[in-house]
Design a protein around this ligand. Structure first.
Ligand SMILES: C[S@@+](CC[C@H](N)C(=O)[O-])C[C@H]1O[C@@H](n2cnc3c(N)ncnc32)[C@H](O)[C@@H]1O
Length: 322
């Protein structure tokens, strides 16, 4: 009988390091398109962060990726340092910075859980979608507290798992066979958990000589389309593959995010929501008509964010102080 495959855990920042250079983490200047729901959300994020840190002298963006939102809000603050654990993300951010010509932004490699800055060196810290990806959230929040001046601010954005639970996600697993660039059969399985809120993403290579491998290689539908959705769980596929790589991400809801900050000694914690503008316009058939006002409408959404109940929005915006 075949030994159980070895499960190898990969940290979130490593996944982002691999993703750097593709899709939204590509080395291109973002053109915001009215047809893209996601772009409306990005514009609102820029406004939310701009409003939160306007006039601050020294801002730290932790988990800055390729520079969103730092590159867009730099003109409203004294200076910004963006750090990320992924070297490749930082390389791209630096490239984008060179092209934008901003002179008050610096990007460098750094770890949220062990900041190299001295105590009380920033008056604001921003986290755009990065908190959920930090392996050690408590240590990272303690570090954030240490490097913030008295009364310093935090602004943080996260996706709302509670919303996704009720509106979007299918909460069993999703499996998919496909081919790697080298022609090997790969299997990807995403498991979504409600308690605790967690997403586990498995990736493995199927042994081509196994029963399953042979079956797939004789399946004309799979060979033609090069992809095959399946109900098979990772446990069912496990006997036909060798090592299995996986990453897991703790997901965040309004209550969890507020508790995380409060438990770590932050005060004046306020959680609000955003991410509704596109849906509103779309349901009224107005997306195209309103395209010229995309920026203004995103500003309006940022302004009304504090009235949007965070349980009912896809995205969460938190502000607090030390
Ligand atoms: C969802 S991406 C967000 C990137 C960017 N802020 C944006 O909105 O496009 C999360 C980022 O956090 C980074 N990250 C994860 N763990 C980190 C850590 N411990 N220290 C610094 N950055 C980290 C990842 O490498 C990734 O680039």
């Amino acid at each position: 009988m075949k030994d159980r495959p070895i499960y190898r855990k990969v940290e979130q920042w490593e996944i982002y390091d691999r993703m750097a250079g593709s899709s939204i983490y590509a080395d291109t200047d973002k053109k915001f398109l009215p047809s893209e729901r996601y772009d409306w959300t990005l514009l609102t994020e820029i406004e939310l962060f701009r409003n939160a840190v306007k006039g601050c002298e020294k801002v730290l963006d932790i988990g800055c990726g390729t520079g969103h939102p730092s590159l867009y809000i730099a003109e409203d603050v004294g200076s910004i340092i963006g750090i990320d654990k992924s070297e490749r993300m930082i390389e791209i951010a630096k490239n984008r910075l060179r092209k934008s010509g901003g002179n008050n932004v610096v990007f460098e490699v750094g770890d949220a859980a062990s900041l190299k800055f001295s105590d009380k060196s920033f008056d604001a810290i921003i986290l755009c979608g990065s908190l959920a990806t930090f392996s050690d959230k408590t240590k990272s929040l303690q570090e954030i507290k240490r490097v913030l001046e008295d009364n310093g601010k935090v602004a943080c954005i996260e996706a709302n798992w509670q919303y996704q639970l009720t509106h979007e996600r299918r909460f069993h697993g999703e499996g998919n066979f496909g081919f790697t660039e080298k022609g090997l059969i790969r299997y990807r399985y995403v498991r979504r958990l409600v308690h605790p809120h967690k997403e586990i993403d498995y990736r493995c290579i199927i042994d081509q000589n196994s029963v399953l491998g042979k079956k797939l290689l004789s399946d004309q539908h799979f060979l033609k389309r090069k992809t095959l959705k399946t109900e098979m769980s990772i446990e069912e596929v496990e006997p036909y593959c060798n090592d299995i790589e996986y990453d897991e991400q703790e997901k965040i809801d309004p209550e969890t995010i507020a508790r995380l900050f409060a438990e770590n000694g932050f005060k004046d914690v306020v959680v609000s929501g955003y991410g509704v503008m596109y849906d509103l316009l779309n349901s009224a058939g107005l997306v195209n008509k309103m395209a010229p006002y995309m920026k203004e409408l995103s500003k309006a959404e940022a302004a009304i964010s504090r009235f949007l109940h965070p349980l009912k929005t896809e995205m969460l915006f938190l502000t607090c102080k030390v």
